[in-house]
Each structure stands twice: as structure tokens, then as C-alpha cells.
Ligand binder design. Structure first.
Ligand code: TLP
Length: 360
């Protein structure tokens, strides 16, 4: 089989390329040295992000990982505990920055869909005493990536925040995809994050900017965050070139997220009809589709390889689960095509397997 010339890239919503309008805005951006606070485009982006989140201030950071790491550092001291879901990005995908940079231990909780409840949190709070590291921070991920883009119910966030604050604990939201949550729940971002102490969101995922994330919170938290960003090597100079794309992403992209969600749901419905593929399309709330291929009898890396040979890019997130993410650069037709190819690969695998396995 010859190499495909075109790929439908469903590995992540991080893969989008900047639009022509973004490239034009980047070329025309007014810039200055942002370490001196003199880049007008970065300043504008930070003001805009703070306003959208209903927070006093915001900080432009190169990546979501840096934004989360700074937030954890702002809210904690060495030797404290951070409560988070067992499959959260801050625990599983950030090279243990929580320990490396902040010296904290993750107290993780298994959840069905990535959504923590106050009841679960309360059960693992460390009582004060000579043997326990104090809990100081709760991390909530909205939407929850590894659970398939699930959205926190607003009342759950509100309850976690009010109970946490009553006890002097802080809440950080990893809102890498909080605009997807806003779109899915028809609720403004400012309402979703109203009570959290800090929120990080990514410009470079569903919003389609080439680089960048924002951390928003109180003026004091963000002032401290600015110093941690510098320590981490994130003091960017004429970063207005990147911020210009971010401003356009904030302006233009949220209105397209509904379409990404419809595409994801459509893809999930098609996948659910395929033999050997297990997925409940009813669980797809936003732009992430996770499906199980256990019955096909191959690893996800081999399955990815076979899809790639047919022009579909998708990664495994475990030995049995694949993830497909819709975004600005994939259409309804691309998703239909992806489901067709999954169907062809799955059918070939099932027919190759022994009759006994094929019936499973
Ligand atoms: N997620 C990436 C991978 O790292 C898994 C992806 O392809 O989904 N929080 C959440 C919830 C994320 O999904 C990600 C990136 C981040 C933080 C980190 O953002 P970056 O990649 O900008 O450091």
C-alpha cells in the first residue's frame, strides 16, 4: 500500500494550524519586551482573558503545563498535598511537575468520569496532626481529557469551591478546554470559573492558536505567577506575535466549538455501530471520543499504525483505548471517513482472527 498523501489528524486538538487571518494578525502585531511589561498585544490579551474569566488578572504562558505548574506553586508549599482525579493531566501528563517544582504529593481519587465530588474529596482530606502532610489545593479538570471530554456540573464546582474555601483550601481549574465546557453547557466561562481561585485555559487547543495558554486569578496570585513564569524560563520577549493569534482565537473560535462537538458525537455514533469497537456515544459531551478495541486483539499502537497507513491519525491512551479529538481543522466528512477506515481495519482484524475470537 502506498503512503497516504493526506491525513485526517484526530490525535489532538493541539494539531490545528493558524488560519490566514491569524497569520496576518501575527505579522501586523505591535510588540515590545514583555519582560518589561511593554508588549501592548500581550497586555491586551491578558486583560481580555482576565475579563472573560471574571478575574482580576491573567498571565500569558507558553503552555498549559506551565500554567498548571505555576498555579500549583502559587497555592502550595513544599510537603503539602494536592487532591486530584487519578487520571488528571496534572498527575499523569506533566512529568510530575507537582512534585518536581512544587514539592507536593498528589492525593488522587478514582472517578468514573473524571468529575470529583465534594464527598470524595472530603473523604481524603488529611486531618491535622503530626503524621499528615496538610491538604492545601484541589485540582479540577474541566473538561476532563482522559474521561472523554466530560463537563463538570456547575453545582459540583460550586460545592467544591465553597466547601474548600470554608476550610482555607484553594481550588485550581485545569480548564485547558473550559471553552468546550462553556459551549456544551451554554454557560459563560466567567460563570463556570467564578469561584475557583485560579483557572488555566489553552489558546492552542480547541481555540486553534498556534501557541499559548492563560492563567487567570487574583491580582496577587498573578503577580506571583509572573515571577514563577520567569523562573521556569517562560519570560518571553516580543511575544505579541503569539498573543495576536491568541486574541483572534478568543474572538473567533468559541463559536465553532459546537460544530466540533457535533462532529465528535457523530463520529462516536458511527464507531458504536462497528463490530469489535466499544463506545457509548451518549457519553460524548464535547470534542473527545474514546473507544475500546480490546475485541480486536491488537495493541493500540499497532491499531494506530494500521490507521495511519490508511490516512487516519489517532493515538492510544492505554493498551486498549484509542482517542480521537475533533477540532477546527477536521470536518464532518473527515469524521465520516475516519469512522469508515476504523470499520475497514476492524473488519479485517476480526476476519483474520480465529473463528472463536471473532465471535467474542
Ligand atoms: N493535553 C495534550 C496531551 O498532553 C495529553 C492532549 O493532546 O490532549 N491540561 C489538559 C487537560 C490537557 O489536555 C493538556 C494537554 C494540558 C493541560 C497541557 O497543555 P500543553 O500541551 O500546552 O502543555
Amino acid at each position: 500500500m502506498s503512503e497516504p498523501t493526506n491525513y485526517v489528524d484526530l490525535r489532538s486538538d493541539t494539531v490545528t494550524k493558524p488560519t490566514t487571518a491569524m497569520r496576518a494578525a501575527m505579522a501586523a502585531a505591535e510588540v515590545g519586551d514583555d519582560v518589561y511589561g511593554e508588549d501592548p498585544t500581550v497586555n491586551l490579551l491578558e486583560e481580555r482573558a482576565a475579563k472573560i474569566c471574571g478575574k482580576e488578572a491573567a498571565l500569558f504562558v507558553p503552555t498549559g503545563t506551565m500554567g498548571n505548574s505555576i498555579a500549583i506553586k502559587i497555592h502550595t508549599n513544599h510537603g503539602e498535598e494536592v487532591i486530584c482525579d487519578a487520571r488528571s493531566h496534572i498527575l499523569d501528563w506533566e512529568l510530575s511537575m507537582m512534585a518536581w517544582f512544587s514539592g507536593c504529593l498528589a492525593r488522587s481519587i478514582q472517578t468514573a468520569d473524571g468529575v470529583l465530588s465534594w464527598k470524595q474529596i472530603q473523604a481524603v482530606l488529611r486531618p491535622k496532626g503530626p503524621h499528615n502532610a496538610p491538604t492545601t489545593l484541589i485540582g479540577v479538570e474541566n473538561t476532563h481529557n482522559m474521561s472523554g471530554g466530560t463537563v463538570y456540573p456547575q453545582k459540583t464546582i460550586d460545592e467544591i469551591c465553597s466547601q474548600a474555601h470554608e476550610r482555607g483550601l484553594k481550588v485550581h481549574m485545569d480548564g485547558a478546554r473550559v471553552f468546550n465546557a462553556a459551549s456544551a453547557s451554554a454557560s459563560p466561562v466567567s460563570r463556570i470559573v467564578r469561584d475557583v481561585d485560579t483557572v488555566m485555559f489553552c489558546l492552542s487547543k480547541g481555540l486553534g492558536a498556534p501557541v499559548g495558554s492563560m492563567l487567570a486569578g487574583s491580582a496577587d496570585a498573578i503577580e506571583r505567577g509572573r515571577l514563577y513564569r520567569k523562573r521556569l524560563g517562560g519570560g518571553m520577549r516580543q511575544a505579541g506575535i503569539l498573543a495576536a493569534a491568541g486574541l483572534l482565537a478568543l474572538e473567533e473560535s468559541p463559536k465553532h466549538l459546537d460544530e466540533d462537538h457535533r462532529n465528535a458525537r457523530g463520529l462516536a455514533e458511527r464507531l458504536a455501530r462497528l463490530p469489535g469497537i466499544r463506545i457509548d456515544p451518549g457519553r460524548v459531551q464535547t470534542n473527545i471520543v474514546i473507544f475500546d478495541i480490546t475485541r480486536l486483539g491488537i495493541t493500540t499502537s499497532e491499531f494506530s499504525r494500521q490507521l495511519k497507513a490508511r490516512g487516519i491519525l489517532s493515538n492510544g491512551i492505554s493498551s486498549t483505548q484509542m482517542r480521537m479529538v475533533t477540532h477546527l481543522d477536521v470536518s464532518h466528512e473527515d469524521c465520516e471517513h475516519a469512522a469508515e477506515i476504523v470499520g475497514e481495519v476492524a473488519a479485517a482484524l476480526l476476519s483474520e482472527s480465529s473463528p472463536r475470537t471473532a465471535r467474542v
